[in-house]
Design a protein around this ligand. Sequence first.
Ligand code: ATP
Ligand code: MG
Length: 357
Amino acid sequence: METYLVGGAVRDRLLGLPVREQDWVVVGATPQAMTDLGYRQVGRDFPVFLHPDSAEEYALARTERKAGRGHRGFEVHSDPSVTLEEDLRRRDLTVNAIAETTDGELIDPYGGQADLEARVLRHVSEAFVEDPLRVLRVARFAAYLHHLGFEVAPDTLALMQSLSDSGELETLSAERLWSETARALDTQHPGVFLDVLDQCGAGARLFPEWREAHNAREKLARTAAARAGAELRFAALCSGLDTTAVDTLCQRLNAPRRFRELAGLWAALESDLAAPGRLDTSSRLQVLERSDAFRRPERFQQLLTLLNLLHPEADAEFWHQALARCRSVDVAAIAASGISGREVGARLRAEREKLLD
Ligand code: ATP
Ligand code: MG
């Protein structure tokens, strides 16, 4: 049996980028031979194994045939006679279909190196259209490699368009959608992900909320330039949406709660946060209360970081001090003064409001 390094590790090393993880393909082996060597099988649908020590992924060489709708609608064929070339052919992009032997020799039957050189993201074969996830993957790679000058080949974009038109994108699970989107947001040029999806008709189907939202994309770009975390980037992209739209979007994407909450708060409070001078004391207090700043100061800090990045002219310091002042009100003393629970709340608010003038 032969083992080859494949996929992102080969691609990124050839580009001089840091390698994040290594994927391997194994030719000429059976599942039994792998488990005998101590590998642990993880794929239920595909013959994928984890190395006993490194825990890296080793997949048996396989071919795939479309047998149903959607990302998982495949008949997988894997046996020791499947060749490396056959396995590389089922991959999405030529730049992802280069294999490297343990001696460092490259095996590149589909012109991946030439496309790396030419900065082109190109499908390996017409079978590209069999998996709608590839639309998102290509858009993500376009974002990830944009700073090096990569672009999607026109023919590939046309195949992405036909995938979008086919309605297959709608079969993607929320988990898949989220994992590709989150990874794309974390690249240097996350807006390119959305641009490419728009170019092939997928943007309108997958993220109608973000279509044509130029202002929000500009804000996304600013958070990315500042290397802000993915939660902040996502919230920036939700600028200008109403909270119902944020909820619908997050539900469709199955976005983790911390993303959903920050984006919802930002969407609701951005304009108030940006202009405290226009608010009366009661509205100022409401901003602190709605964002749960007293119990969740770290999340309030995230909102202020967004404020700094997206409204540099705004007075973020005002909010720091507002929170600190409100926290100086002695809740225990009010509670101990013998008044009813409801009155404690009212008194607390009144004391805090006085400090927000
Ligand atoms: P990353 O740097 O994000 O890990 P990667 O290219 O290594 O990028 P993986 O998801 O780790 O991506 O997959 C490893 C390889 O498997 C890819 O390079 C590609 O050759 C192939 N591959 C993964 N998913 C698909 C898919 N949906 N369709 C076709 N080939 C795929
Ligand atoms: Mg990988």
